[in-house]
Design a protein around this ligand. Structure first.
Ligand SMILES: [Zn+2]
Length: 392
């Protein structure tokens, strides 16, 4: 993990391994070298996803595990890397005689989606939800396409994985939240990933002089927006487990002495249960209509994104829970607040995840940190869970 953290880390600080850059390729090449040492057969697909295959020679299922080695800008050393390095350790243990069936360690490309959208691109491609032609034509902000970067770097391979589809997928990852640390648990048994909906709300009023326009004659877009925001922020108090964030606000003309004619803000709302999430959306839309009637401004709402909650497979969840229990690690069941490759894999095979604590709940930052003891505990629970699935 320390060697991997040195790649794409030019100065003392964060890691810069944005997808399809030189540093990203250097990290994947490092992972490939580690996998070769375990005796795994290496395959690289046309988008650059890296696979290390270990055949045990005994009949059994195909179990896949891994994560990603790309990072956000100025990212941390554990997000993604932990799941890949722990899968390499598992490959090593399995090639020295453990388990039945086939094990595949994987390093998926572009999980973060910072430079090229969408995120979780490698797993979306692997599961057949993206075509190579459309992916190669995706461009970054500077106009460079993925196809151009794949060609420049020699990043892509020609291997197919169509003969080796996983029966199970399991991913070890840092929590990226504070729950395990604050409740003194070492292992998070992840039962699912919460869903999310994004909205953009536009309040339109009339621009006028801040000093001469009587208060009762105003159609003030910012006042309408702030009252609506206040009502929306009350939603989590009324609906258990709902997380709601207004993260972006823009006023026009955005001047100190002018009543704003327009105020646009975003809403991010999340919950693990699809019915509660739909219910939250109904409440949001009702509050928008009420605010429009009350404020005299025109208020519109536009949906920007809609990701269904994911429920992980019981067999994988129970394998993790049992392994953690047998290993004597304090474990708790929990929902992932962030998105991961495992939720994409869950659409093609039973999948699950294991979390370990993140100090202060911090991630996507140079301050991201997990202790050596927790890293080792996570890797051991991962190996135990993989073997439990392989041995049926
Ligand atoms: Zn990650």
């Amino acid at each position: 993990m320390k060697d991997l953290a040195g790649i794409g880390s030019p100065k003392d600080g964060g890691i810069w391994r944005l997808a399809f850059t030189d540093a990203d390729l250097e990290a994947r090449t490092f992972v490939e070298g580690c996998l070769r040492e375990t005796g795994a057969e290496i395959r690289i697909d046309p988008l650059g996803n890296l696979f290390g295959i270990v055949e045990t020679g005994r009949p059994g299922p195909v179990v896949m595990s891994g994560s990603h080695t790309d990072t956000v800008a100025d990212g941390g050393r554990f997000d993604g890397s932990l799941g890949v390095m722990a899968a390499i350790e598992a490959a090593d243990a399995i090639s020295s005689g453990k388990g039945c069936g086939t094990f595949i360690a994987v390093d998926f490309v572009n999980e973060e989606g910072v430079r090229f959208m969408p995120d979780m691109m490698g797993s979306l491609f692997f599961t057949g939800r993206l075509e190579i032609g459309e992916v190669r034509s995706i461009r970054d902000a500077a106009g460079t396409s993925i196809g151009e970067e794949l060609n420049r770097l020699g990043y892509a391979g020609t291997d197919s994985m169509s003969d080796l589809r996983p029966d199970f997928f399991i991913e070890l990852h840092i929590e990226q939240g504070p729950i395990l640390e604050t409740t003194d648990h070492t292992i998070g048994v992840v039962t699912g990933v919460q869903g999310l909906k994004w909205f953009e709300i536009t309040c339109s009023g009339t621009s006028n002089h801040a000093g001469t326009t009587p208060m009762q004659n105003r159609r003030d877009a910012v006042r309408a927006a702030s009252r609506l925001m206040d009502h929306l922020h009350q939603l989590p108090d009324e609906m258990d487990g709902v997380r709601l964030t207004v993260g972006s606000v823009h006023a026009r003309p955005n001047l100190i002495n002018v009543i704003a004619e327009r105020c646009v803000f975003t809403v991010d709302v999340r919950h693990p249960n699809p019915e509660v999430l739909s219910d939250a959306e109904r409440h949001i839309r009702a509050r928008v209509r009420a605010a429009e009637a009350e404020s005299g401004c025109d208020i519109s709402i536009r949906a920007l994104a809609d990701a269904e909650p994911v429920e992980f497979d019981r067999r994988v969840v129970e394998a993790v829970a049992r392994t953690a229990d047998e290993s004597g690690f304090p474990a708790r069941r929990m929902i992932s607040g962030a998105g991961h490759d495992a939720q994409i894999l869950n659409s093609v095979c039973p999948s699950g995840m294991i979390f370990i604590p993140s100090r202060g709940g911090i991630s996507h930052s140079p301050d991201e940190f997990s202790t050596d003891d927790d890293l080792v505990a996570g890797a051991n629970v991962l190996l135990g869970s993989i073997l439990a699935l392989m041995d049926g």
